[in-house]
Design a protein around this ligand. Structure first.
Ligand SMILES: *[C@@H]1O[C@H](CO)[C@@H](O)[C@H](O)[C@H]1NC(C)=O
Ligand SMILES: *[C@@H]1O[C@H](CO)[C@@H](O)[C@H](O)[C@H]1NC(C)=O
Ligand SMILES: *[C@@H]1O[C@H](CO)[C@@H](O)[C@H](O)[C@H]1NC(C)=O
Length: 615
């Protein structure tokens, strides 16, 4: 094994391909993981849900956010398993989703996911536009952690105070305003090809927010003190540099490049060597973005300072790769980045994303990474990114996926209010603040709603994990942890795709449309293949099956038999009996002519779907 792997590796380098291909045989379905990671953002939506909302167990919520303050703050994202809209991690999330959409545009488009990716970004940016009511005013939080955490309710039932908190010249917050500026600048790039007027609007907000952040300096949790216990900022210098770096990337305006250079020392950009990249600490991100500028030969008179930035970018990358003269990022025995007890997985996903993009920047310039312990090729950075992604998806001592809904075994007790309480579509009566704890939080049963794509906090330093709802350090999914995955998984999926590129033009039907009509049953199935890719020798297909109601008569309890299913299926509930499925609770009735659908992914022939029974 070892030897043949090394062999392939050398060959892969020789051919100028990535070493990842050598391991492709044992690969994960990153495309599926990517789609699920986007679904998570739908589950976290606050406000009025659109008609094309796919996560049906959610309903409208937070429709009066901002009302008491006389400002429309409806929309945006709930942070995690709770319902506070915390500005800082939400903005970081939008920045990271956008970075993925920019750098991996081709990959995401290839997976047919650009529409949903942009929708995830826009759900955040539309909210930021509302929250940025004046050039120097930014509403930075709705709800507060203390009262929110006192209750275990669905977002749709929320009874807790929805106070809103703002930044203004007398209550500055350069970290929060800076991160929001970065998010707007990055999102403006993501939208540029798709909607130039929206893109310009975002950029205008980004520029204004940056000057607000820069002119009125301060730490946001001094101004919004109730954020402190939850998202304490360690400083705002990194966000100012980060915002300027993004604005330079979005505009090419030398003003922003000069800013990061002039402030390189005073704001720690060339001084801080870090091992963490997160909602709080952006230095490594700044350093990698600026390395790209330098390597592309756009540094001009600023090149010498940019080199110092790159030295710190290299520190971060070498530390992840364990080649940094002992100053390395801690790993669990199973190989996962391990920085904090609480929600550690987010640091692994963000480090993986950074190394994936840095690997691309280096290879675009035929550059190598010079670490204290070794000289490193770009593909090794990508292999590190893959190692973290694979750990997340199941290659770990527990052999479980930490991405909810992916694979065979994943956490079923995520610490998440909405996921753990029956959907409003099923249980119409209100679930009260305390009742939620009594009837739902403390239940031993699995959550009734699978929160697809939620990246939970993950294992401890010894790769141990306890799937327990009250173990929030390990089982709570967060926005910040999920955001880097969208770009990361698309990149990894595209590498698998290219290894099977010889068969890319195979006659696999892409939009095959085969209606299967059963004469005397009330529904019709329409089978599509919506995507296909090859891993090793197996070609996988993403099948979508539409169930159309062609009946005029009332029918209930529709049960479907699905045979020869070898892959993952979503959109139906499994019943106790083998190979038997029913419509999700909230979809029990299909109006005449209306339709529902489910999706599954597998290699080989398609599954056989038939109606088993109905009343
Ligand atoms: C582009 O964005 C604007 C908002 O700035 C929106 O009104 C318009 O509908 C969008 N156009 C398209 C084609 O989505
Ligand atoms: C199909 O539509 C009819 C007419 O509204 C309804 O009575 C029936 O329950 C629907 N079938 C399913 C499977 O929901
Ligand atoms: C399909 O499933 C049936 C039983 O459910 C089994 O007998 C048959 O061999 C399977 N066919 C394939 C191609 O896997």
């Amino acid at each position: 094994m070892e030897r043949s792997f090394t062999h392939c590796l050398v060959l892969a380098i020789f051919l100028g391909l990535f070493a990842l291909e050598a391991t492709a045989g044992a690969s994960f379905n990153y495309g599926d993981a990517m789609e699920k990671s986007l679904m998570f953002f739908e589950a976290q939506r606050s406000g009025k849900l659109p008609v094309n909302q796919r996560v049906k167990w959610r309903g409208d919520s937070g429709l009066r956010d901002g009302l008491l303050q006389g400002v429309d703050l409806v929309g945006g994202y709930y942070d995690a398993g709770d319902h506070v809209k915390f500005g800082l991690p939400m903005a970081f999330t939008v920045t990271m989703l956008s970075w993925g959409a920019i750098d991996y545009r081709k990959e995401i488009t290839g997976l047919n996911q650009m529409g949903d990716t942009l929708a995830a970004i826009k759900w955040g940016t539309d909210y930021f536009i509302k929250a940025h009511t004046e050039p120097d005013v930014l509403w930075g939080q709705v709800g507060d952690g203390d009262s929110d955490h006192y209750c275990w309710e669905r977002a749709e039932d929320m009874t807790t105070p929805r106070n809103a908190y703002k930044l203004d010249p007398n209550h500055p917050g350069s970290d929060l305003a800076g991160e929001t500026a970065a998010a707007m600048a990055a999102a403006s790039m993501a939208f540029k090809l798709y909607n130039s007027s929206y893109s310009s609007l975002l950029l205008a907000h980004g520029k204004q927010l940056f000057s607000f952040a820069d002119r009125f300096r301060g730490q946001y949790d001094d101004s919004i003190q109730c954020a402190r216990q939850y998202y304490t900022s360690s400083g705002y210098s990194d966000e100012l540099l980060w915002a300027a770096a993004w604005l330079f990337r979005a505009t090419g305006d030398e003003y922003y490049l000069k800013y990061v250079v002039d402030n390189a020392v005073s704001m720690g950009g060339t001084g801080w060597a870090v091992k963490e990249f997160s909602w709080d600490n952006k230095y490594a991100g700044v350093q990698i973005l600026l390395s790209k500028v330098l390597m592309e030969g756009r540094g001009g008179a600023y090149a010498s300072t940019l080199k110092k930035y790159q030295a710190k970018a290299d520190f971060f990358a070498c530390a992840c790769l364990q080649k940094n003269d002992g100053y390395n990022v801690p790993l669990t025995p199973g190989g996962l980045v391990y920085l904090h007890e609480w929600n550690n997985m987010q640091y692994a996903s963000s480090a993986a994303f950074l190394l994936a993009v840095y690997s691309d920047y280096l290879s675009a310039e035929n550059a190598v990474l010079k670490c204290p312990d070794a000289q490193v090729q770009p593909y090794e950075l990508l292999n590190f990114a893959k190692s973290q992604a694979d750990y997340i998806l199941g290659k770990n001592p527990k052999s479980m996926s930490y991405l909810v809904g992916y694979g065979q075994k994943y956490p079923v007790h995520a610490h998440h209010r909405g996921s753990s309480i029956a959907s409003v579509a099923v249980l119409h009566s209100t679930v009260g603040c305390v009742e939620g704890f009594e009837s739902w939080y403390h239940r031993p049963e699995a959550n009734p709603n699978v929160i697809y794509g939620g990246l939970v906090g993950g294992p401890d330093k010894n790769d141990g994990f306890s799937d327990d709802r009250s173990n929030y350090e390990q089982t709570e999914p967060t926005l910040s942890g999920g955001a880097p995955l969208v770009g990361l998984f698309s990149k990894l999926q595209s590498l698998i795709g290219t290894s099977g590129s010889h068969s890319q033009k195979s006659p696999a039907p892409h939009h095959q449309n085969t209606p299967i009509i059963y004469a005397d049953v009330p529904v019709e199935f329409i089978h599509f293949i919506t995507n296909t890719w090859t891993i090793g020798r197996t070609t996988y297909y993403r099948h979508k099956v539409i169930i159309k109601n062609k009946s005029q008569k009332p029918i209930t309890d529709l049960k479907l038999a699905i045979e020869n299913l070898s892959g993952t299926l979503w959109g139906l509930n499994p019943c106790q009996e083998k190979n038997t499925y029913e419509l999700p609770q909230w979809m029990k009735v299909l109006q005449p002519g209306s339709q529902s659908s489910f999706v599954y992914v597998q290699g080989g022939p398609q599954a056989k779907v038939s109606v088993l029974s109905y009343h």
